[in-house]
Design a protein around this ligand. Structure first.
Ligand code: ATP
Length: 371
């Protein structure tokens, strides 16, 4: 068992009923987030939704108007940042340019009075962990952007904080390096078992790295869950639209046999699992992910349990491993199907009549408004 998975039942950080305003702007609005010890937890959302403000309140750089910040069950709401045993890593990792890597990393240890011999050992250990062994004597200008960010990480981790707070730390790196660093950050976190709280507006980044994610919008938490829960069972239109792409469909339930809502679309129909509040006549906003939509000839037999709609291929976009098929579905509008480019279904071309089908479990019901 790894350090991180063995610790996950304890609460590491609790933002309890937090609100923070700046003048007229409610930056964080009654947020309650529980982050487990040893967890890789991401705050994800669009620009201005309150992610950085939430992180800064954990660090102590901002003070909440209402609510409490608890670190390992201790109320630290009134404590200075230096008393909180958490460290922060920023997108712009200001390393001291005149100091070599070793001096940069050991700076905090020196300030807190750790003796020279131990400082040197701890720096060597942490450089090993961030995959920069033997880099002690290099100056920052002799390092790549990714290596500089690892030094910043080592500097933030060397004094063994109870949590590391990361504010878009990979934002300045190019896409390829960013992908590599995402995996490395996750591996480092796993190895150390330190709680990481990671701010990003990049959904793919959050899905790649996180144990759990809080999706924020307009200062509030819309949903908290594992990447899979959030992707496959979004609880709101906002979450569904923000994470991954989506075909949204506004339809009315016409039949409702045993927990399945049936909504007709031309000659076809959409089927979805529905809750008790959905009746015949209820207007629902349903959705399906493009990768769930299979393509077949328009003459294909209709499976009795699944959704199937009929239309024509409007456009095919080849993206290498996958292709996107934009379909025109009379009575519905546009529907996108994503298929692996090597699959037989990918042979369909612009103008072909097709059927598009998917299972009831893959229809997401995002909103339901009973008549
Ligand atoms: P981004 O991804 O763009 O950094 P964010 O989700 O981190 O956005 P915050 O930086 O937390 O968002 O900002 C939330 C809201 O609070 C925004 O409307 C922002 O303009 C406002 N805000 C943040 N800090 C201050 C401040 N010091 N003074 C005034 N308004 C602020």
């Amino acid at each position: 068992m790894t350090a991180s998975s063995s610790l996950k039942s304890e609460v590491g950080i609790h933002l309890e009923g937090i609100t923070k305003t700046f003048g007229e702007v409610v930056a964080v609005d009654d947020v309650d987030i529980v982050i487990r010890e040893g967890e890789f937890f991401s705050l994800l959302g669009p620009s201005g939704c309150g992610k950085t403000t939430s992180l800064r309140m954990i660090a102590g750089f901002e003070v909440p108007d209402t609510g409490r910040v608890l670190l390992r069950d201790k109320d630290v709401s009134g404590d200075l940042p230096s008393k909180r045993n958490v460290n922060m890593v920023f997108q712009h990792y200001a390393l001291f340019p005149h100091m070599n890597v070793e001096d940069n990393v050991m700076f905090g240890l020196r300030v807190s009075g750790v003796r020279k011999k131990e400082r040197v050992t701890r720096v060597a250990e942490i450089l090993e962990i961030v995959r920069l062994p033997g880099y002690q004597k290099r100056k920052p200008w002799q390092l790549s952007g990714g290596q500089q960010q690892r030094v910043a990480l080592a500097r933030a981790l060397v004094n063994r904080p109870s949590a590391l707070l990361l504010d878009e730390p990979l934002g300045a790196l190019d896409v390829k390096l960013r992908r590599e660093m995402q995996l490395e950050l996750k591996a480092i976190q796993h190895e150390l078992g330190t709680t990481f709280v990671y701010v990003t507006h990049d959904q793919e980044e959050a899905l790649t790295m996180s144990d759990r994610i809080a999706v924020m919008n307009l200062g509030r938490v819309e949903q908290t869950g594992t990447p899979r829960e959030i992707y496959e069972h979004p609880e709101s239109s906002f979450v569904a639209g923000f994470i991954g792409s989506l075909n949204a469909m506004d339809l009315t339930v016409e039949q409702r046999p045993e927990g399945i809502g049936v909504m007709s679309v031309g000659e076809g129909r959409v089927m979805a699992r529905v809750g008790a509040s959905v009746h015949v006549g209820t207007a629902v906003r349903a959705a399906v992910r493009p990768e769930r939509v299979a393509l077949g000839p328009s003459s294909a037999p209709v499976h009795p349990d699944g959704s199937v709609v009929f239309g024509t291929v409007q456009e095919v976009i080849y993206l290498g491993a996958v292709s996107l098929f934009h379909l025109d579905i009379p009575g519905l509008g546009q529907l996108v199907s994503q298929r692996m480019s090597h699959e037989q279904e990918s042979a369909f071309q612009t103008g072909d009549p097709v059927s598009a089908s998917w299972e009831p479990a893959h229809t997401l019901v995002l909103e339901a408004n009973p008549e």
